[in-house]
Ligand binder design. Structure first.
Ligand code: L34
Length: 295
């Protein structure tokens, strides 16, 4: 058996079409243009590529977007002042500070400074807390993208054994939390594995749905999964450079072997990555509606 490929590229395209219609309606009927600012500190090539993709996508949907790029030496005070400026800017509804930040800047402090009503990443403690409680809030983009992929691929999550590998605040912890919520797209039995897990295979082999966000290229091999598993591969690892100077990407899952056992699997690239960007657009439109009192 060879797995069905769950295309993030195609799913993202469909959602973007829906968003485009919403943005056009807000713009024409309500004279409201959703606005997003992305802030990038430093010159990490991967971050540069993600941030430019976010701005390009915003532009394509009719969302106003501003891209601020600051040198790596930028002080914490300068960054906090910039965030504060955008907290107060009426034409900006979503603020995204791309992570990771340079070591001399306190990441938590920056994220806590973003107005929770403009926190389209869903990283502010107010939104994290609301998510945990199952209240309406901005959901973090990558976990939300994983759930949308499962839902739109028609995967039943209720009662499913879900195993998440990786416990980051950006992906592992929130994905595990969302999958166990008492609502459609959740209701799973969740196991969260990490670097101190004693017998990783014992857990991954039991999974009906396996979500991998460990940041280790090809770590999940065919012998670690059961026949028919649905695999969401969140990893985007740069494992080399092509002759033309483009990064060669690999997921956390050994795609070629695992796809022979899985019933469905996301590829890298073209899986979760495009969904992350699309969920950011969705949150930005939502933020604009809420701040304008239209939601
Ligand atoms: N604040 N920081 C903040 N918010 C986020 O949601 C992110 N993340 C992660 C890193 N830092 C962040 C992203 O945007 C990871 N991430 C992200 C976004 C997009 C893609 C991958 C990671 C993506 O589009 N990946 C493409 C390949 C792009 C390439 O060629 O490098 C893919 O098809 O997987």
């Amino acid at each position: 058996m060879s797995a069905k490929i769950i295309s993030g590229t195609e799913t993202a395209k469909a959602i973007r079409e829906e968003l485009k219609v919403q943005v056009a309606e807000l713009t024409e009927k309500h004279k409201l243009i959703p606005g997003l600012v992305t802030i990038l500190v430093g010159e990490d090539p991967a971050s540069q590529s993600y941030v430019s993709a976010k701005n390009k996508t915003a532009h394509a949907l009719g969302i106003h977007s501003e891209q601020v790029t600051l040198p790596a030496e930028t002080s914490e005070e300068e960054l906090l002042a910039l965030v504060d400026k955008y907290n107060k800017a009426d034409n900006i509804h979503g603020i995204l500070v791309q992570l990771p930040l340079p070591k001399h800047i306190n990441e938590a402090k920056v994220l806590y400074t973003i107005d929770p009503n403009k926190d389209v990443d869903g990283f502010h403690p107010v939104n994290v807390g609301k998510m945990m409680l199952g209240e309406q809030c901005f959901l973090p983009c990558t976990p939300h993208g994983c759930l949308e992929l499962l839902q739109r691929a028609g995967v039943e999550t209720s009662g499913a054994e879900v195993v998440v590998v990786g416990r980051s605040n950006i992906v592992g912890k929130p994905v595990a939390n969302l999958m166990l919520q008492k609502r459609a797209g959740g209701n799973s039995t969740v196991t969260l594995c990490h670097t101190r897990t004693k017998d990783m295979s014992m857990h991954t082999k039991r999974a009906d749905i396996l979500v991998v966000a460990a940041g280790v290229a090809n770590m999940i091999t065919a012998d670690m999964v059961k026949e028919g598993v649905v695999v969401i591969d969140v990893g985007v690892n740069r494992i080399g450079m092509s002759e033309s100077g483009k990064a060669i990407l690999a997921g956390d899952v050994d795609f070629n072997s695992v796809k022979e056992k899985a019933s469905a699997i996301t590829p890298v690239p073209g899986g979760v990555g495009p969904m992350t960007i699309t969920m950011l657009m969705k949150n930005t439109v939502q933020a604009a509606k809420q701040l304008a009192g239209l939601a």
